[in-house]
Design a protein around this ligand. Structure first.
Ligand code: ZN
Length: 244
């Protein structure tokens, strides 16, 4: 079984489609695993949700998903995210709204724990430091934890009870998952923030127990033109070109 692992698609249809095409060119994609923030920020929330809902998937809700259906307060967001989420909430069908309302914020299956932010606080906490990573390892029991939210790809090893090590998630290198505990962030499909504007994702192969990180280019200008056409905030449009 091959799973395409995506996070922070953020209503970016061109990036999502490019990722699916790229993953499928490398082999069959049996399931899509979405680590949250499928929507928010971008111009195509309904189309992006339709793709995920139409395929076998495992998916948790992120802060933007929950805000778009009123399950958490929009007041907790900055002005640009606030504006984008307000617009997004008007774009979803009743079925799509219900899908998000019914979504879990944490899933455990096989040897994976899946959350958006962190296993300690799945909705809001960013795993970006020794402190948050150490706390995270204490809040899940499986070998591996998949998460997103920071839009920055990484692998974090649990070196000891008191120490963790962040390493780069190398591109196009097949990593074998053994029984050492890891936190894995595949980066963001629709709004990368690590200085590389290409869509970031991972592919897990359960038969071989491997995971690979890939980046793929997409037509950023198409997404940006759509964002301008519906008056989404300019800083959200501009940041896609920079990957920041
Ligand atoms: Zn996000």
């Amino acid at each position: 079984m091959r799973a395409l692992i995506v996070s922070d698609v953020h209503s970016n249809l061109e990036a999502f489609q490019a990722v699916i095409n790229d993953a499928e060119a490398r082999g069959p994609v049996d399931e899509i695993w979405s680590l949250g923030d499928l929507i928010g920020y971008g111009p195509d929330p309904a189309a992006v949700m339709e793709i995920l809902m139409g395929r076998p998937h495992q998916a948790v809700a992120g802060n933007h998903d929950l805000a778009s259906v009123g399950k958490i307060s929009l007041e907790d967001f900055n002005q640009y995210a606030y504006a984008a989420n307000k617009w997004t909430s008007g774009q979803l069908s009743a079925e799509q709204t219900k899908f998000i309302e019914d979504q879990e914020i944490r899933l455990e299956f096989d040897e994976f724990t899946m959350v958006h932010g962190s296993p300690r606080d799945p909705v809001w906490e960013y795993v970006v430091s020794q402190r948050t990573a150490l706390a995270s390892f204490r809040h899940f029991d499986t070998f591996w934890c998949l998460l997103g939210h920071s839009h920055i790809p990484f692998i974090c090893h649990s070196t000891s009870e008191e120490e963790v090590t962040f390493v780069e998630f190398p591109l196009d290198v097949e990593l074998t998952l053994k029984t050492n505990r890891l936190i894995i962030n595949p980066g963001s499909v629709g709004q990368p923030r690590d200085g590389d504007p290409r869509a970031s994702f991972a592919v897990y192969d359960s038969d071989r127990s491997t995971i690979v990180h890939h980046r793929v280019e997409y037509d950023i200008r198409v997404t940006q033109d759509k964002m301008r056409a519906v008056n989404l905030p300019a800083p959200l449009v501009d940041r896609l070109s920079a990957g920041q």
